[in-house]
Design a protein around this ligand. Structure first.
Ligand code: HEM
Length: 129
């Protein structure tokens, strides 16, 4: 039951990022939606951690199923990309318009990674002990 609630939240976050991209020219709305999605995603990671010590489990990579390790790696990379989105987004706001190309490329990569995190989460589910 817990898992399904988390996966519903995960899907909502993916949909929010897609919505945020649709508002890419309405900068204020774009930033609000993206910051909301990123904050929600970090809160989701906290929920997962608190409910099943995900970090401890993930750190035992050698004994984990390969799918779980792939899922964890993509999820970590997604958070790194969130940081890059914030950095490049702020630079555009400061007037470095040449950052737009980078922000755009990183933006679609972030979306792809976030969708992969969602999809692989279904393979990574392990029975609760
Ligand atoms: C997951 C997070 C994010 C994604 C996927 C994303 C994606 C995008 C995309 C695809 C564009 C259009 C680029 C283009 O066609 O030129 C864009 C524009 C922009 N983004 Fe983001 N973004 C994200 C987060 C942020 C954040 C956190 C900020 C601010 C701190 C930001 C600020 C901007 C700005 C200023 C623009 C330019 C809008 C314009 O054309 O005037 N973005 N973003």
């Amino acid at each position: 039951m817990e898992t399904i609630i988390m996966q519903i939240q995960s899907l909502c976050i993916v949909l929010l990022i897609i919505l945020g991209i649709r508002f890419k020219r309405e900068t204020k709305k774009h930033i609000k939606i993206m910051l909301f999605a990123i904050t929600w995603d970090i809160l989701l990671i906290l929920q997962i951690e608190l409910s099943r010590s995900a970090i401890l489990k993930a750190s035992k990579a050698a004994s984990n199923p390969m799918m779980l390790n792939i899922h964890v790696s993509i999820a970590i990379l997604t958070v790194v990309f969130y940081l890059l989105m914030g950095i490049t987004g702020r630079k555009i706001l400061k007037g470095q318009l040449e950052m737009k190309t980078k922000h755009k490329f990183l933006g679609y990569s972030t979306l792809a990674l976030r969708i992969l995190t969602f999809v692989t989460s279904f393979w990574a589910v392990t029975p609760k002990v």
